[in-house]
Design a protein around this ligand. Structure first.
Ligand SMILES: [Fe+2]
Length: 328
């Protein structure tokens, strides 16, 4: 019996017809570096915050993360409702800035191989491969990406943890993060060429690139901006019901969304954005498009506009959301 033809996702959102178009091939299809290793997931984010005490309280009591005791460091670690040893961290800082973005490699050999590839490419290495001083037995290394953002690539010594469905409709793990960059095209090329990401979709005129590293439509977004900073970080909720229950939980604590609930066009994920005490933008998300391994995916260009930013048209992005996402 002949195998099923590869699935095309052009019918996923039929309402896109006329709003988005297949982009030109060529410059928006950067070539991947023929490296042995590639990033397989996003596993964590550590942020510097000028509002440490109220932020710790916010992430524990409102955002529903569990604080992890890990003495000997200034970093406060938090776990989600999954088996990942920790997914989020806070450090004291004079202003908002990214202390470390963290991605997964699938073996210690991949860590060593990727380190050697980046070192040979004259990438600034911050820490050579070693067992990291973090909750969990992570073996990894750290470097700076072209925008100077510290990045850690690591693997768990005892294997990649299996996710456990969370109880109580709370954030399970990170879904994706979005970085602002004055040259998001160069940043895209770096993550594709050296870390093995693939382009998933993009907004016209280099406004935004969606990059994927596994079956999820994207785990990294790169938005064109006048500064290098974190645009937002998204936490995964189990499904749409869990996301709405989470939004309700926040509302009952008097915390209103910056934007949403809504549903994005590219990626198809449902969203509700909030603000933490220091002004970081957090997204509660679910339903991101899942592309089964082996299926064909054709990246395409989307036109910026409210109908693609939120296909439900349930409300526009607030001015404050725009201001905080662009780090102004
Ligand atoms: Fe997002």
């Amino acid at each position: 019996m002949p195998a099923d033809p590869p699935r095309l996702y052009t019918d996923k959102f039929t309402f896109c017809s006329g709003m988005c178009s297949i982009g030109e091939a060529g410059s928006n299809h950067p070539e991947a570096f023929a490296a042995m290793a590639k990033v397989t997931d996003i596993c964590g984010l550590i942020l510097k915050t000028p509002k440490l005490a109220p932020s710790i309280e916010f992430y524990e009591k409102c955002w529903g993360l569990e604080r992890i005791e890990h003495p000997g460091t200034d970093t406060i670690f938090f776990k989600g409702a999954s088996n990942e040893p920790f997914i989020f961290g806070l450090e004291p800082g004079e202003r908002r800035s990214v202390a470390m973005i963290r991605f997964t490699l699938d073996s210690a050999a991949a860590v060593d191989s990727m380190h050697d590839d980046l070192k040979a490419a004259d990438v600034e290495i911050l820490k050579a491969p070693d067992l990291l001083q973090l909750p969990g037995n992570y073996y990894g290394f750290q470097f700076k990406d072209p925008d100077g953002t510290p990045v850690e690539l690591s693997t768990l010594d005892d294997g990649v943890p299996a996710d456990t469905p969370g109880e109580g409709f709370l954030p399970q793990r990170l879904s994706h993060m979005v970085l602002n960059s004055p040259d998001n095209r160069a940043l895209r090329d770096f993550y594709v060429r050296y870390l093995g990401f693939e382009l998933a979709d993009w907004y016209a005129k280099d406004a935004f690139f969606f990059l994927r590293c596994n079956e999820q439509h994207h785990c990294l977004g790169l938005e064109k901006c006048d500064n290098s900073s974190l645009n937002h970080v998204a936490f995964l909720l189990e499904d749409l019901d869990a996301m709405m229950r989470f939004a309700g939980r926040m509302a009952n604590m008097g915390i209103t969304p910056l934007w949403g609930p809504g549903r994005h066009g590219p990626g198809g994920n449902c969203f509700c954005y909030f603000e933490d005490p220091a002004g970081y933008v957090l997204e509660a998300t679910s339903e991101l498009i899942f592309i089964p391994r082996g299926d064909q995916w054709t990246p395409r260009e989307w036109q910026p506009g409210p109908e693609n930013a939120n296909v439900w048209l349930t409300g526009g992005r607030t001015e404050r959301a725009i201001q905080l996402m662009s780090n102004h």
